[in-house]
Write a protein that binds this ligand. Structure first.
Ligand code: GDP
Length: 139
């Protein structure tokens, strides 16, 4: 089933660098509507839950430390073909491989501190959105 929603979070490096507003502007200009948004900080344990799928990867501990190192801005977004279009907007995981004009090309500093998350499937978009937001927080 294809839904019209995806989940994103602006990561600690981009929030710390003061790029939250510029990134949200790119997201809205690309036609996404913000359904829910907050600013929060995860504990390392909570970051570990979010990235549980990567628990066996060598970079897992670093990733949990980095994702809990500062504030993040999670959002649920809406647009036709949201998951695929948003992955295109953010670009490749490693900014060195990201296309010109993508959010990661513009704002990521490394393969880890890559500015922004984007769900990779409709199923994960639903799970990840529910990780941060209840239905009453969605507009
Ligand atoms: P994404 O879907 O593009 O975010 O990429 P993945 O799901 O593969 O990885 C999740 C996150 O883990 C990435 O966004 C990076 O922040 C981090 N990450 C991925 N690969 C590496 C790596 O090789 N080294 C490190 N340090 N972090 C990585």
């Amino acid at each position: 089933m294809t839904t019209n929603r995806t989940f994103t979070m602006i990561k600690p490096d981009a929030v710390e660098a003061g790029n939250t507003g510029a990134i949200i502007k790119l997201i809205e200009e690309a036609g996404f509507r913000i359904v829910a948004m907050t600013k929060t900080q995860m504990t390392s344990e909570r970051a570990g839950q979010f990235y549980e799928v990567h628990a066996e990867r060598p970079f897992y501990n670093d990733l949990c430390a980095y994702m809990s190192s500062g504030a993040i801005v999670p959002m649920i977004l809406e647009k036709d073909n949201a998951v695929a279009d948003f992955r295109k907007l953010i670009g490749a995981t490693n900014p060195a491989n990201a296309e010109e004009g993508t959010i990661r090309k513009l704002y990521a500093t490394s393969i880890e501190a890559n500015a922004i998350h984007g769900s990779d499937s409709d199923e994960n978009a639903q799970i990840e959105g529910s990780f941060f937001f209840s239905r009453t927080q969605q507009f």
